[in-house]
Design a protein. Sequence first.
Length: 329
Amino acid sequence: MKVTVAGAGMAGLVAAARLRQLGHEPRLLEKGSRPGGSMLLSSCVVWRHLEWERFREDCPGGDEQLQRLVWERLDDALAWLESLGAEPVWLDTENPLTTGRRYDPGALVRLLARDVELATPLPADAEPPLVLATGGFPVRLARERGLLLRANPWSAGDGLDFALARGGSTTPGMGEFYGRAMPAPPARIREQDFVPLAQLYGREARVFTDDWREITPPSVAWHENDLAQLIGPRAWYVLERTNERVEAARAAGGTVLRRDDGTLAVHVAAAVTHTIGGLRVDTEARVVGADGLWAAGVDAGGIASGGYASGLAQALVLGLSAAESIAAS
Ligand SMILES: Cc1cc2nc3c(=O)[nH]c(=O)nc-3n(C[C@H](O)[C@H](O)[C@H](O)COP(=O)(O)OP(=O)(O)OC[C@H]3O[C@@H](n4cnc5c(N)ncnc54)[C@H](O)[C@@H]3O)c2cc1C
């Protein structure tokens, strides 16, 4: 069967590889000038919570059935990836709350990317069966909220719009995102700086709005995604002493001030890595209400709502589920 797959990031590459393995002919369209999407820019830790209850606790607004799918299927999905030749660079996540693998993102893209049609966005008249794997809408959300972008520059909600025009619907949490505090402009942030410039020490800082109203929350989650939602387009992190990430921010041209009381203030901004809300899908990754459409990766919404979970795990498991569902249909 001929199947169109839109997006050659994690979910699209996986869906296409699995479709080929099952004897189908995916046509893999990629809007950008290179394959890999945000996956290529990522730390590439593909993980799940160790304990199911902790997943529910960390992402309380998520769809329980989809969460179960990702949580239960990830270990087999990683084994599938490794059966194709993916070599983990870490056998665990170095986080006691989670389990998974870390890969070299470049090597993973080289392994999976075959026959990708670059600079070819999904056409409006594309016929089903079709897998939407366009990476959600971080570009659009960042623009609408005045936030920074910490993602590939092409994921602007094309899959979402395509499915909504054909009867699809959205999940709750369309304003939620996975993001990081980054040094605010005038800091210069290149794609290769997305990981080292993340200001991931917010739980040790006092937090102030841009006009110096204190908004330090009573507690901060281990992943600090809650802080990224709180700080918005500009805020200050105030610290007793400097650290490597503050110095990296300073070196990139970010604003770091010494205050009268001797503390340091770092000007930060929330940056959107991926969107958490998205298309409503079932446990076979079919877009609810839109026949012939599947959505994988972060085009599908409502899995990590209220918190933070691995976007790459979601992309891997839903990419496989979509391919297998199409093959069985
Ligand atoms: C710096 C950074 C670090 C990260 N670290 C981690 C991590 O360690 N662990 C983790 O789980 N997650 C991490 N992530 C998030 C992770 O990369 C994403 O959640 C994941 O890549 C989502 O997969 P996806 O396939 O849905 O989207 P993507 O991998 O972004 O792929 C989407 C693709 O669709 C393409 N596209 C967009 N519109 C169209 C269109 N109209 N037609 C055709 N193609 C289109 C895009 O160009 C892109 O190539 C990180 C992200 C970043 C940026």
